[in-house]
Design a binder for this molecule. Structure first.
Ligand code: BTN
Length: 264
């Protein structure tokens, strides 16, 4: 009994589940502990559009390119938004970009590293992993996994110069429920704009917030590394890079920015 009371107190302290449920247009799933909210969202079928999966702790939090995502209980926000859109699979990278912009709007002073990182003082505070679930070779749903480092007081050695948290940046303790609700509101309103008008309506803000623009970047394309300059973001949200006078529009991909996140 005593344990149960403590458990409930802990849960309530971490998240206000009632408020969160109200803020989610679709279904809301909460886990004290799970492997990964992206995996939960992949495994559950017949999910309503705009559903949200949230966990207090992930045992196998997944990052991009097979990396893991630091997901200790109480430290961060680990959530996945499920979208059941009638839009082409190619839009996946655009949704990543919009999620980054939504997070960046909420974390005042942060910037977006195209296409999927949100940075504070050139260190990563949030990352996005967007995945597509296919059924019978047709896109069924898109899962936008968002991780935000909120209360982390430290990071493993290998991440020290690359990762940061809201606590480390400001010294303040944040209410994770407030942050999640703000992110969801920003994301869903942006998503509606995107479905109606495409990315172009958000292009100005994307350009302003994008830390990649004007920088030298290294892009991996079909096993080849291209060193180029990031010059613009197109009306479709692609990153326009320029090399030897030639302009190339990137829809997605791994882009390292010189001087950022350990790349020199
Ligand atoms: C990255 O920057 O590499 C992407 C990190 C994405 C982490 C989030 S946390 C919620 C969701 N569940 C996961 O397992 N990963 C994403």
């Amino acid at each position: 009994m005593k344990n149960m009371v403590l458990r409930m107190f802990k849960k309530q302290k971490d998240f206000d589940l009632k408020r969160l449920k109200k803020a989610v247009p679709g279904d809301f799933f909460y886990y004290d502990t799970t492997s990964s909210t992206n995996v939960e969202a992949k495994n559950k079928s017949n999910i309503k559009d705009k559903s949200v999966f949230l966990a207090r702790e992930q045992l196998s939090g997944r990052g991009r390119l097979g990396r893991s995502w630091n997901s200790n209980a109480g430290d961060g926000i680990f959530m996945s938004i499920v979208l059941v859109p009638d839009i082409p699979a190619s839009t996946i990278s655009t949704l990543t970009l919009l999620s980054g912009l939504a997070v960046s709007r909420v974390l005042e002073g942060s910037r977006v590293k195209w296409p999927n990182d949100v940075l504070f003082n050139d260190k990563k505070v949030s990352g996005i992993l967007t995945e597509m679930v296919m059924i019978d070779n047709n896109p069924d749903r898109i899962i936008v996994g968002i991780g935000v480092n909120v209360g982390n007081k430290s990071f493993p050695c290998e991440l020290l110069d690359k990762a940061t948290s809201l606590y480390l940046e400001t010294g303040k303790i944040y209410d994770k429920t407030d942050i999640i609700i703000k992110i969801l509101n920003e994301f869903f309103s942006m998503y509606d704009i995107f479905l109606k008008d495409g990315v172009s309506a958000l292009r100005g803000e994307l350009k302003e917030k994008c830390v990649t623009l004007g920088k030298t970047v290294v892009v991996e394309r079909s096993g080849e590394k291209i060193v180029a300059r990031a010059v613009d973001i197109t009306d479709n949200g692609e990153l326009l890079i320029e090399k030897d006078g030639e302009k190339i529009a990137l829809a997605s991909g791994e882009v390292s920015v010189r001087g950022l996140l350990g790349y020199n």
